[in-house]
Design a protein around this ligand. Structure first.
Ligand code: NCD
Length: 304
């Protein structure tokens, strides 16, 4: 395993299995409330989020504290970047304070890698640009394996803004690596020209793309990354691409819904599906964020 977690592409299937097995163990301990753990006692983790976040930032902080580490949440908006200091200088000075790990989210492609090149501690990518969100893909894989017991003979359909979504991109890479069949379903304007693997099937309608899928994963319209308005009406989008229990039946009666969040109710997914505990794994994904990130911090910070 490399020093930094920048991308799922760098992980072998063995690395992934090791992280997911450990995450399942941490999940079991959290459930039993027997998670007293001082594995990272005395360590200080710095989070650097240049974009908004609810789930990722909070679950990284929860995970770090569950392992006994202390967390410094560096705040871009309150920093000297706003006074004109350069990004490079900021990174050099924060790196000089010698945190034990840095967790970073940034809108620019490759920023976590740039930071990794300029500091002496492990760097964990908490999402960069449209490109990579490795811990989200790992927690999605964890959730799928918990539900189905293995990755054998599974098909996952990812629906929505595939072109601008780092979650979709990392999931396409990771799930195909794990042997899952992946399909993407999107209107032409939200479909990337090139997909990370030739095995991924593209569809522009739910009717064609859903039958036989075991998991249907919706993705938010990433309007902040669109150069112009690509979707004229949210109502029309919901009609054609939003998921609800009836459309999930097109995949199969056994099919389940997932969404990395934030989900915009009744645009990408209906209230009735989000709130159905028998068909939605969305809350489980949220909960799994903590044990999965505990496993990642354990593996990346606890190397001898
Ligand atoms: C996503 C993100 O920021 O990449 N959320 C997440 O981390 N769970 C997805 C999104 O913003 O739509």
């Amino acid at each position: 395993m490399k020093r930094d977690l920048l991308d799922v592409a760098a992980l072998s299937v063995e690395d992934v299995t090791d992280i997911l097995d450990l995450a399942d163990r941490y999940a079991g301990q959290l459930e039993k409330r027997s998670h007293e753990n001082d594995l990272l006692k005395g360590k200080v983790i710095m989070t650097m989020f240049f974009e908004h976040s609810t789930r990722t930032l909070t679950s990284f902080e929860m995970a770090a504290k569950r392992l006994g580490a202390q967390v410094v949440n560096w705040n871009a908006d309150m920093s000297s970047l706003r006074k004109g200091e350069t990004f490079t200088d900021t990174i050099h000075y924060l790196g000089a304070m010698a945190p034990d790990a840095i967790i970073v989210r940034h809108a620019d492609y490759g920023s976590p890698g740039f930071i990794a090149d300029n500091v002496d501690c492990p760097v964990i990518n908490a999402g960069d640009s449209w490109r990579a969100h490795p811990t989200q893909a790992l927690l999605d894989a964890m959730t799928i394996r918990q539900h189905f017991g293995s990755f054998d003979n599974l098909t996952v359909a990812i629906i929505g803004d595939i072109a601008h979504s780092r979650v979709a991109n990392s999931n396409m890479v990771l799930l195909t690596k794990l042997g899952i069949k992946v399909r993407v379903i999107a209107p032409q304007v939200l479909m990337p020209e090139k997909l990370p693997s030739g095995d991924i099937e593209k569809f522009t309608s739910l009717k064609e793309g859903l039958p036989g899928a075991d998991v249907v994963m919706t993705i938010r319209l990433q309007k902040e990354r669109m150069d112009s308005v690509l979707i004229q009406s949210e109502e029309a989008y919901f009609h054609d691409y939003g998921m609800d229990p009836d459309k999930l039946d097109l995949a199969g009666k056994h099919a389940v819904a997932m969404d990395p969040g934030p989900f915009i109710r009744n645009v990408q997914i209906s209230d009735t599906l989000v709130d159905d505990p028998n068909r939605s794994l969305i809350l489980k994904q949220g909960a799994n964020g903590v044990p999965l990130r505990m496993a990642v911090l354990d593996r990346y910070m606890n190397k001898s």
